[in-house]
Write a protein that binds this ligand. Structure first.
Ligand code: G6P
Length: 626
């Protein structure tokens, strides 16, 4: 989704903005732009395409100035084009704005503004917001009714932004520049993320910390409904849109620069796949008592008795996180015997869900910013359910609106296709299942201890599996030109089949479907012919015999079989065209290792098809709109 970066201080703004936009590229976008105050005037450069296209467009043009805003746009209202790109200017070019989010009532606001003589150049909701701010600035509160307008003596643009934002329905993170004011700009947010970095007489603003890390570790996460005035010669001033003063809460950023760089790998996705032994270890770190094997999950400790007594857990999530949720359903039900339902957040929020204060709602989200998941949580809270989060990004919106939760601690994930965040989510869900089976005594102590031992061994098993990378590359070479793929799995590994298919379609643009293996005969079997590769997860213990029957059904119709099998397997090996051997593992924990070869297979196929692995077309890393 859209990325925001802004700088004011003593350095040249342009290189900071461009580097920042490049750091935000992973979020997904289709046009880019910058605005600089140069000799008191605002200069704007924008272009459809990538940041590199913007740079080519700018060429040798003047990019001086020590204040500026930059934006990557992921098209919502209007196609990717120069005119729809940000920054957007006010009618007289006095102000310039960048925006992430969606102004839901933009068409009614636009109509009122047009009646007042405003002329719009773009199709965007963002330009409407710029004009609304301008109108309030010029005409006071004739458009909006703010009793505090007249007796407030702060700077007029600051005031105009606050007042205008009271009229807005929807989500926004914005930064606004003012011509003739090279020392300061304004930033505001509601529903879309925004971080302020504090340097030495300088400020940075960005959609996430990645453009800021190399300059400062002092940050403020702006809260919903807050507007900040950032003047390089002054302390931060924060007010709510209702004109209440707020004291800035400055935090220390815990990320490192290396964590957001490729570290010798060709792509972030490959780096993140290979990081999984470490990221899973980080997810478990400090959470398993080495002497007693007890699990400690500090962020949900105070709710343990409520969870034990809960009638059900409802997991809400989107995309890959939803697949992790499905695995959570299998493992929590199996081990802790708590009823679990898994819902797409986007469906849950509109279906008038039945919820009571005995329900526990767990939101799973890598970014912690997914708009549908956040809205679903709001509904859960309105209905009185306890809401918890499983998130990767520290300080993200979901972590702030939930009563408690567990961080995945996978480190920044930059590749759009989620890999290490997924296995970290599954690790957290496994820890939750194990914690509650211990509290509820639903699994004998001996078995529990074996499961803990096995969980601790998982990173080593993944390490071993990663050494098969070259073999998987060879299989990818055989199937890189396929048009369709079918992924089959059963039980704990049915969601793994879904996730394997999602990985392939996200980055290689090959149509792929995941299916519970037994359901194949109720439809997908019609698709099978000699052209159709079928990936089957056929590791031991997970309905092995049944899966073998499903494999026979595929072979009888000429399908090409790639099987994920347990090391030492003979039976499937004798039938399948290609096999990838997985280290032996307890049934409950197999998803954590079975997904690894599927991630690698997708990566290599996408690469062989010349696809942009880290920034696949049309996708966004963090989906902050509905
Ligand atoms: C986008 C990403 C997916 C991700 C999904 C949910 O679609 O491209 O990789 O799984 O959002 O994101 P979340 O941050 O909530 O896990």
């Amino acid at each position: 989704m859209c990325g925001i970066v802004a700088y004011v201080g003593g350095r040249r703004a342009f290189p900071i903005l461009i580097k920042g936009l490049q750091r935000l590229e992973y979020r997904g976008y289709d046009s880019a732009g910058v605005g600089l105050i140069n000799d008191k005037k605002i200069i704007t450069y924008k272009q459809a395409g990538k940041v590199s296209d913007l740079l080519e467009f700018i060429g040798d043009s003047d990019t001086s100035g020590s204040i500026g805003i930059g934006h990557t746009r992921w098209a919502t209202h209007g196609p990717p084009s120069q005119i729809n790109s940000h920054p957007h200017s006010s009618s007289n070019s006095q102000f310039s704005l960048i925006h992430n989010g969606i102004i839901e009532n933009y068409s009614s606001l636009k109509k009122v503004l047009e009646e007042k003589g405003h002329v719009f150049k773009s199709d965007t909701d963002s330009e409407v917001l710029m004009h609304l701010i301008e109108d309030v600035y010029n005409n006071g509160n004739d458009l909006v009714d703010d009793p505090k307008w007249d007796d407030d003596d702060d700077n007029t643009l600051f005031k105009a932004i606050r007042v205008a934002l009271n009229e807005v329905v929807g989500a926004y993170a914005i930064v606004v520049l003012e011509e003739g004011n090279p020392n300061e700009f304004y930033a505001a947010r509601k529903g879309s993320p925004l971080v302020i970095g504090i340097g030495n007489s300088e400020y940075f603003v960005a959609s996430d910390a990645s453009p800021i890390i190399e300059y400062t570790d002092k940050v403020i996460y702006l809260e919903d409904g807050e507007v900040a005035k950032l003047n390089k010669n002054q302390d931060v001033v924060i007010k709510t849109i209702l004109n209440e003063d707020k004291s800035p809460y400055i935090q220390k950023l815990e990320q490192s620069l290396e964590s957001i760089e490729k570290g010798g790998f060709d792509h972030f996705m490959l780096k993140e796949i290979f990081e999984q032994p470490k990221s899973i270890t980080d997810t478990m770190r400090g959470r398993i008592n080495p002497k007693t094997n007890d699990i400690i999950l500090g962020g949900i400790k105070e709710f343990e008795s409520q969870i034990v007594a809960a009638e059900r857990i409802i997991i809400i999530a989107c995309g890959t996180s939803w697949h992790a949720g499905l695995i959570g359903e299998y493992i929590i039900e199996d081990l802790a015997r708590i009823n679990v339902e898994v819902e797409y957040a986007s469906e849950f929020r509109y279906k008038n869900p039945i919820l009571t204060n005995k329900d526990i709602v767990i939101a799973i989200s890598q970014s912690g910013e997914t708009a549908d998941t956040l809205s679903a949580l709001e509904i859960a809270q309105e209905k009185g359910a306890l809401t918890l989060g499983i998130c990767n990004v520290v300080g993200s919106s979901i972590t702030r609106v939930t009563s408690g939760g567990v961080y995945t601690h996978a480190g920044p994930e930059i590749g759009v296709a989620s890999t290490k965040a997924f296995t970290a989510q599954v690790t957290v869900l496994s820890l939750i299942a194990l914690r509650f089976c211990q509290l509820k005594k639903t699994v004998p102590r001996g078995n529990y201890n074996f499961l803990i031992k096995e969980l601790i061994e998982i990173p080593k098993k993944i390490e071993k599996l990663l050494s098969l990378n070259k073999d998987i590359m060879k299989i990818a070479m055989v199937f890189k030109d396929a048009s369709n793929f079918l992924y089959l799995g059963r039980g704990f590994n049915f969601p793994v089949a879904l996730e394997g298919a999602l990985k392939l379609k996200e980055i290689s643009y090959i149509h792929a479907e995941g299916y519970p293996a037994a359901e194949m005969k109720h439809g997908p079997i019609a698709l099978i012919d000699e052209e159709m590769p079928i990936v089957v997860i056929a590791t031991r213990k997970e309905n092995y015999e049944k899966i073998i029957s499903n494999i026979q059904e595929v072979k009888a119709r000429g399908g090409k079989l790639i099987a994920i099998v347990t090391e030492g397997d003979i039976e499937v090996k004798s039938i399948a065209d290609y096999c990838i051997e997985i280290p032996k593992c307890f049934r409950e924990l197999t998803p954590l290792i079975n997904i690894i070869p599927l991630q690698l297979l997708s990566y290599h196929i996408a690469l062989m098809r010349n696809c942009d692995v880290d920034q696949p077309r049309n996708l966004a890393k963090s989906v902050t709109v509905e």
